[in-house]
Design a protein around this ligand. Structure first.
Ligand code: IMP
Length: 196
């Protein structure tokens, strides 16, 4: 059994990641290690923010820990919403408003290329490792579909003609930036655990 802290208070995300990692991993959330305060995310990149979260928990607990930071980057908007994905249209977080703003900003743009990115910072035996997952696609002209969350209704992954919110969750979960980053971390951990 390998215990890892996942620096998230989101029960849904903790469960999803536990399912992706599977045995022999046991995942603890922030609540399990008695961290209830908001962890500052003051970095300028996905890498900085993922590391800030993981390192905050590591400094407090000295346990093996990982954190992720993800978002949508649109070429014609110079990579925006980027690290501001969650609060692009302001506070509090509002997915439909974020989507509306993206579509408004892209109105006259022919270039609809975009990608989702997920960066994981893993502090394993006191040393930091990064893992990155990306999924490329394009921004639809209008929202479609009810699955998923965030920008899923306007993101059409390459090779498909439906949005992430229209595609069955099993398909999204095998293509997604988060899935790809988690798979890389899992391969790394398995190689370390069985290393002699
Ligand atoms: P987080 O870092 O995973 O919390 O993601 C930050 C924000 O990026 C979310 O609030 C969403 O707006 C957006 N985002 C990240 N991953 C996805 C996804 O898989 N689908 C849609 N939106 C996403």
């Amino acid at each position: 059994m390998v215990e890892l802290v996942f620096a998230s208070a989101n029960e849904g995300k903790i469960k999803e990641i536990y399912q992706l990692l599977g045995s022999p991993f046991v995942i603890k959330g922030l609540k399990d290690v008695h961290i209830t305060e908001e962890i500052p995310e003051t970095g300028n990149t996905f890498y900085e923010n993922a590391f800030l979260k993981a390192n905050y928990v590591f400094e407090k607990t000295k346990k093996d820990v990982f954190a992720d930071d993800s978002g949508l980057c649109i070429d014609a908007l110079n990579g925006d919403p980027g690290i501001h994905s969650a609060y692009y249209a302001g506070w509090p977080k509002n997915d439909p408003k974020n989507i509306e703003l993206v579509l408004k900003k892209l109105d006259h743009s022919q270039n609809r290329s975009a990608h989702f990115i997920s960066v994981i910072s893993l502090i394993w035996k006191g040393k930091n490792y990064f893992f990155e997952g990306k999924v490329y696609g394009k921004i639809a002209n209008s929202p479609a579909g009810n699955n998923g969350f965030g920008y899923d209704p306007i993101f059409i992954p390459d090779g498909y003609d439906q949005t992430f919110a229209e595609l069955p969750l099993e398909i999204k979960n095998k293509l997604s930036h988060r899935y790809l980053a988690i798979q890389k971390m899992k391969e790394f951990l398995i190689s370390k655990i069985y290393e002699v």
